[in-house]
Ligand binder design. Structure first.
Ligand SMILES: Cc1ncc(COP(=O)(O)O)c(C=O)c1O
Length: 459
């Protein structure tokens, strides 16, 4: 690899001079220099100093089968030799997206059998937004175009993704969102449940916010509701089990489409292939990306339910939408192999029956009791740790978010890649993690919490 001709310092200098990173304060990064990750294997990543770090985030919620899978590299290589690219415009197709569509239709929840491809989750959500509005226009109801989303939702970083999302800081820099998108309360019991309110009742109340928004606009104006089954980037906010079935009931009552954004939860993270199955719902569209290829290739798949697909096909004419890389043959070849590996190794079932429950128990038994921890929660192999100054009152450290960054920095120094979002630590490891890996991660989190505590209480 040519980078080996460069020292770490040189790579950092070139990075600072030429590379604008996503979601980054560039001035700050240039002062500290970036961490250059050079290689990875199994559950570990390695930086240019050779430091081994256990990857608690599966890259960015995506490397579900872990690193160093020769089979995926071989699948990409073979496909590149045979046909590196051809498009699926002008009545053409290539074999791998055809076969991947069939496979996804088999795995998808009931009532979903069609797929539209892109290269990223953001693109897939653009497609979803356009598709549901197009659906209602084809149904003769073009004014039924409002989308209901949630505060703090993350649906990507394109203009449509940001507009669908509910991140205030992103909206502030947008200079004008896609019109007709409204945001309602999120199902985040830790901060929003009323004193004495049960989880079940809180879930119903959070769902009622969707109904209120429909009634406020008028059902004939509302196209769809969109939500992440478990809010990811917003802080692994896991709704009570009462929430999603009630949201589905409300959507059906008012004939509002239900769009799930499973860019994080899709492909096994919650212990089923899709979180729709975990929560027992049957959405009209499911946005997926990330773990579809375990991040080895950029690829997204919008899974389109029968009702929307039937209208698109029967009443459609041309849908003026698509991407150069829709159904990219190499990315689809890698996705097929990735799913084959997950099936062969039983990774999804392992999350459901073994590592998911063990992860939940380990977080409860070993992390929840720490003085800095207000709550731990998890579902499958995604989890969150709330960092607080006072467990009883849930008071946070100031300035907001600073304590979680302190914990994160100690965790990385202890050899565990953790993410901090606001005052919440996030875990979303590769699905190949075993009980031993979970123990290793908990040891490192516990040490990081102790060290952070010493720093924070000093201030
Ligand atoms: C729920 C959700 N939707 C959409 C996206 C956007 O995906 P991408 O970054 O591939 O555009 C993300 C990315 O993290 C996500 O978490």
């Amino acid at each position: 690899m040519t980078y080996q001709n460069y020292s770490l310092k040189q790579l950092q200098q070139i990075d600072a001079a030429h590379h604008l990173h996503p979601f980054t304060d560039h001035k700050e990064l240039r002062e500290t220099g970036s961490r250059i990750i050079t290689h990875a294997n199994g559950p570990f990543i390695y930086d240019a100093d050779g430091t081994e770090i256990l990857d608690g985030m599966a890259g960015l919620w995506c490397v579900n089968v872990g690193y160093g899978r020769d089979e995926l590299a071989d699948a990409a290589y073979a496909q590149m030799k045979e046909l590196p690219y051809y498009n699926s415009f002008f009545k053409c197709s290539t074999p791998t997206p055809v076969l991947l569509s069939k496979k996804l239709a088999e795995l998808a929840p009931k009532g979903i059998a069609q797929v539209f491809y892109g290269s990223s989750g953001s693109e897939a959500n653009d497609t979803a937004l356009r598709l549901v509005r197009h659906f209602w226009a084809l149904e003769g109801k073009p004014e039924k175009n409002r989308i209901i989303s949630r505060k703090s939702a993350y649906h990507g970083s394109t203009v449509a993704g940001t507009s669908l999302g509910g991140m205030d800081l992103m909206h502030k820099q947008l200079g004008g969102a896609v019109p007709n998108i409204v945001h309602v309360m999120m199902p985040y019991a830790y901060e929003l449940a009323l004193p004495g309110e049960s989880d079940h009742d809180f879930g119903l109340r959070a769902a009622k916010a969707v109904e209120d928004a429909i009634l406020e606009a008028g059902a004939d104006k509302v196209a769809a509701f969109i939500g992440e089954p478990v809010m990811g980037a917003g802080g692994v906010k896991i709704p009570p089990m009462s929430y999603w079935p009630e949201v589905q009931r409300i959507c059906r009552k008012y004939d509002v489409l239900l769009m799930l954004d499973e860019v994080i939860t899709g492909y096994g993270r919650t212990g089923e292939w899709f979180a729709a199955q975990t929560f027992g719902i049957e959405p009209d569209t499911i946005t997926t990306a990330k773990a579809l290829t375990s991040g080895y290739q950029p690829l997204s798949a919008l899974l389109v339910g029968d009702r929307v697909a039937a209208t698109l096909v029967e009443k459609g004419g041309e849908f003026y939408h698509g991407y150069t890389y829709s159904g990219h043959p190499v990315a689809c070849a890698v996705a097929l192999k990735n799913i084959e590996i997950m099936e062969r190794e039983g990774l999804v079932d392992r999350v459901k029956t073994d590592t998911g429950p063990y992860f939940a128990q380990a977080l409860q038994e070993r992390i929840a009791g720490h003085d800095l921890v207000g709550e731990v929660r998890s579902i499958g192999l995604m989890g969150a740790i709330e960092i607080v100054k006072d467990k009883a009152t849930k008071e946070r450290f100031l300035p907001a978010g600073s304590a979680a960054v302190t914990v994160r920095d100690h965790a990385i120094a202890q050899g565990l890649m953790l993410r901090a979002t606001g005052d919440t630590m996030i875990l979303s490891p590769p699905l190949i993690w075993t009980r031993e890996t979970i123990d290793m991660a908990c040891d490192r989190i516990a040490r990081a919490l102790d060290l952070a505590q010493a720093d924070l209480r000093k201030k």
